[in-house]
Ligand binder design. Structure first.
Ligand code: DOR
Ligand code: ZN
Length: 366
């Protein structure tokens, strides 16, 4: 039975939502991850220092007793972002980064930025402060094919932005294409990229296997197989510019299984187990820690976590997780359509996982 122990991972891109859904999903992340960059696309979005502090307090209050987990807050950039509020929030440690959603690109992005040039003064401030910019890298122009939106974003938005503001630290979020991998690899230290577990597992066929599968739909949408392979190679390469951002994005099943199903895959309970399986398949278990626990901290200039998790390969495939219940619905958990053998346990804290009402298997690995 193979087993590896790595430093406790962090999630550098996470949707926790608010209220009942947050209380239902937070324990799965907090059971395994030390920190998470929390996305600000609430309704209404987190557009001020004050709303971020209040949101962080609600998250901390919802933590199961004894869990050590640090939410790192992000600022939702709009055309009207207040420079002083953003600067103060970063200098006071309220914000770890600011998020750029092109208006209309994805869930709750209606208040996002209508053109990057409009917020250049804010981006110049961020460049001076060393505050990371997190970008949802898709153009929204209706003439651009949905599968090309990321590649076109590189040419039309990201590359010109990097030329204009070369010292701005940027995370190209949830990259899904070989073009994005190539772009990051060709650039310097100041550009990093997050990769989700699901984009390492599914390709665009997965959304149509035997019928329409709304629980495989997220944005950026999964691409062709060659792109998935490029992402796998990047994630398992130990290249410090690539790190884990689960983009775990819970939605009630009825919202996904509807006439106009929304984008987002909830993977927090299975993320680390999936990754162990992927890195095992790629004969790269030795590079897992870099991807999940070292590279992101390095990009953000934060210390790595002191505690560890142990991943163990079981003799038999582990069971698929049950959906997470919420008030009058449930949230489906991402499970690859292939066997997964990896069980995750947080060292020293196995009891905490159990305190949250979750067995170590169902909490962290299935
Ligand atoms: O699939 C996605 N879901 N992509 C995003 O960018 C947002 C997220 C969400 O908030 O549901
Ligand atoms: Zn996201």
């Amino acid at each position: 039975m193979a087993s590896i122990t790595i430093r406790r991972p962090d999630d550098w891109h996470l949707h926790l939502r608010d209220g009942d859904i947050m209380r239902a999903v937070l324990p799965y992340t907090a059971a395994v991850f030390g920190r998470a960059i929390v996305m600000p696309n609430l309704i209404p979005p987190v557009t001020t220092k004050e709303t971020a502090i209040a949101y962080r307090n609600r998250i901390l209050k919802a933590l199961p007793p004894g869990h050590r987990f640090e939410p790192l807050m992000t600022y939702y950039l709009t055309d009207a972002t207040d420079d002083d509020d953003l600067r103060e929030g970063f200098e006071e440690g309220v914000f770890a980064a600011a998020k750029l959603y092109p208006a209309g690109a994805t869930t709750n992005s209606e208040s996002g930025v209508t053109s990057v040039e409009r917020i250049y003064p804010i981006l110049e401030t961020m460049q001076k402060l060393g505050m990371p910019l997190l970008v949802h890298g898709e153009v929204v122009d209706s003439d651009v094919d949905v599968f090309d939106r990321e590649a076109v974003f590189i040419d039309r938005v990201l590359d010109p932005l990097r030329k204009d503001l070369p010292d701005l630290r940027i995370v190209f979020e949830h990259v899904t294409t070989a073009e994005a991998v190539d772009y990051v690899q060709a650039n310097s230290e100041g550009l990093g990229a997050t990769i989700t577990p699901h984009h390492l597992v599914i390709n665009r066929n997965s959304m149509f296997r035997g019928g329409l599968r709304p629980h495989m739909y997220c944005l950026p949408v999964a691409k062709r197989e060659n792109h998935r392979l490029a992402l796998r190679a990047a994630a398992t390469s130990a290249d410090h510019r690539f790190f884990l951002g689960t983009d775990s994005a819970p939605h009630p099943s009825r919202d996904k299984e509807s006439d106009c199903g929304c984008a987002g895959i909830f993977n927090a309970p299975t993320a680390m187990s999936c990754l162990a399986q992927i890195f095992d398949e790629e004969n790269a278990l030795g590079c897992l820690e870099a991807f999940t626990s070292l590279n992101g901290a390095r990009f953000y200039g934060l210390p790595v976590n002191d505690d560890t998790v142990t991943l163990t390969k079981a003799a038999e495939p582990i069971a698929n997780p049950d959906p997470v219940s919420i008030a009058d619905d449930e949230i489906r958990v991402f499970a690859p359509m292939a066997p997964n053998y990896w069980v995750v346990e947080v060292d020293d804290e196995a009891q905490l996982v159990n305190d949250a009402g979750l067995t170590s298997r169902s909490a962290t690995s299935v």
